[in-house]
Design a protein around this ligand. Structure first.
Ligand code: GLU
Length: 489
């Protein structure tokens, strides 16, 4: 059974890189009829952030990545856990890690270490000064376990370190990156239980991946250097080593590691800005993976069918915001007018437009569907529909025309439009009727359509006057024409 897991630390928000990792893990599980598990790695209590778990889960749910097991949001939107391999929050199972750490000590694969933070600091300074590799020097490795237990009984503070082999190499066959070898002599005797009794990431992740039956283990490649330590732990504990794959990093355009300094990295920032989840999912999926042909548009369901771990790139992927914008535009254009208004509701609400009739909102947003990049732009882009715009009379005058002509044209046009039936009040009929009328009168298109458009929108740039007139309706169009005429007196 394929069982993948996403194992974030609840330190606040979901990073876009984390979203991509979770997505790939989810896709690998779903493609193979497997399960996607979510667990929280909160062994570093200093980094704990209130609400962090909920925040991460909300971002995942927004993207449609719903865990089958482990941590989830219940119907009340509250963080909860389900499954028979829990707890799925590491801080809730300290005694389990402790049991395995004791077993490692028992078997001689781990030892108590009493080195003080001061000694470790001095050691590091000495190594740095002498340009030696930094790391623990094995000072407590030889302490006899009975003596060590005596020291503990006497109240001495300690950590538990694993004994790394000092010779040979550890070879890891990465599912994504291929074969990688690590020289054992360069690997530190890693702490597995800290002085506060909490396990470190290495022990906790290894135990959990085993106990939860994770196969394959997929994670970001910032964890690659941990892999030989984990492999050693699996061996010491007599467990089968699962296949492990590392996803290459997301990079800034200057190829540095994607960081906050160069823009938003939290998924929630993109949610707030009005990016659609389908655009975000499609975008992150293609950062580091491609289907092997030119296709670019993939829904989550398409991705489940198409995703192939062997096509994940081995090198880092550049986070290109313009591409995200492009995806967002594509998905916005696919929405019906009603859906667009519905999806934009949080932003329309913020602009106090949510009490408008739904049909009217749908028509209004349809005017900007082809132009906007994000949903958040809609209130500003459509505001001229909802509020009579403020503008100066001189904006009504087309560049090849005069105030007299503009006034005359608008007066005549207002009269003409008054005779139109409400049935014929749609963009197609309005366009053909008004263009015919222009021809009959011998006007130039610009001298009529420019003032008409400005009269209706109050803006130099806007959708066509026929589209706006349809959305405004006959009465409001007529009122705006009259107001325009009065601005030129
Ligand atoms: N807890 C790690 C993180 O916060 C994940 C490590 C892993 O996936 O093994 O990113």
């Amino acid at each position: 059974m394929v069982r993948t897991r996403f194992a974030p630390s609840p330190t606040g928000f979901l990073h876009v890189g984390g979203l991509r990792t979770a997505l790939y893990e989810y896709l690998i599980a779903k493609k193979n009829g497997g399960q996607f598990i979510l667990r929280f790695e909160d062994t570093d209590q200093k980094r704990f952030v209130e609400g962090g778990m909920e925040n991460i889960l909300k971002s995942l749910y927004w993207a449609g990545i719903i865990p089958d097991e482990g941590m989830f949001l219940n119907e009340k939107g509250v963080v909860d856990q389900k499954g028979d391999k829990g707890p799925y929050i590491q801080s809730q199972k300290l005694e389990i890690y402790r049991k395995y750490a004791d077993e490692l000590v028992e078997k001689g694969h781990a030892y108590y270490c009493f080195c003080t933070p001061e000694r470790l600091k001095e050691l590091r300074e000495h190594q740095q000064k002498n340009k030696l590799p930094t790391g623990y020097d094995g000072h407590c490795r030889m302490i006899d376990p009975t003596e060590a237990k005596q020291q503990i009984a006497n109240g001495h503070k300690y950590v538990i370190r694993m004994k790394m082999p000092k010779e040979g190499v550890t070879t890891h066959n990465d599912l994504i990156l291929g074969e990688i070898s690590f020289k054992n002599e360069l690997l530190d005797d890693q702490v597995i239980i800290k002085s506060d009794g909490f396990p470190t990431y290495h022990l906790a992740a290894t135990v959990d991946d085993h106990v939860m039956g994770i196969n394959p283990v997929i994670r970001g490649d910032e964890w690659l250097s941990s892999t030989p330590k984990h492999i050693q732990l699996y061996k010491y504990l007599g467990w089968e080593i699962p296949p492990i794959g590392h996803i290459p990093l997301l990079l800034n355009p200057d190829k540095s590691k994607l960081s906050k300094r160069q823009g938003d990295v939290a998924v929630e920032d993109y949610v707030k800005k009005g990016y659609l989840p389908e655009a975000m999912v499609n975008f992150v999926a293609l950062m580091g993976w491609n289907p092997g042909d030119e296709r670019e548009l993939f829904t989550l369901d398409d991705l489940i069918k198409e995703f192939d771990i062997s096509k994940i790139n081995k090198s880092g992927a550049v986070f290109n915001l313009e591409k995200l914008d492009w995806f967002n535009q594509q998905y916005i254009r696919k929405l019906s007018d009603e859906e667009l208004a519905e999806r934009a509701m949080p932003w329309l609400k913020e602009a106090d437009l949510d009490s408008m009739p739904k049909e009217f909102l749908a028509k209004a947003v349809s005017l900007e569907k082809e132009r906007i990049v994000t949903l958040a732009e809609l209130p500003e882009a459509t505001k001229f529909i909802f509020h009579v715009p403020e503008y100066e009379g001189k904006m009504l005058i087309w560049k090849k025309s005069s105030v007299e002509e503009a006034r005359k044209v608008l007066r005549e046009l207002a009269e003409e439009l008054d005779t139109k039936s409400v049935q014929a009040w749609n963009r197609v009929d309005l366009e053909s009727d008004i263009k015919k009328w222009i021809g009959e009168r011998g006007y130039q298109n610009g001298s009529v359509l420019w003032p008409l458009r400005v009269a209706l929108s109050g803006q130099e740039k806007s959708p066509s006057p026929f589209e706006i007139a349809e959305v405004l309706g006959k009465e409001e169009t007529s009122a705006r024409l009259k107001s325009a005429i009065s601005r030129m007196i």
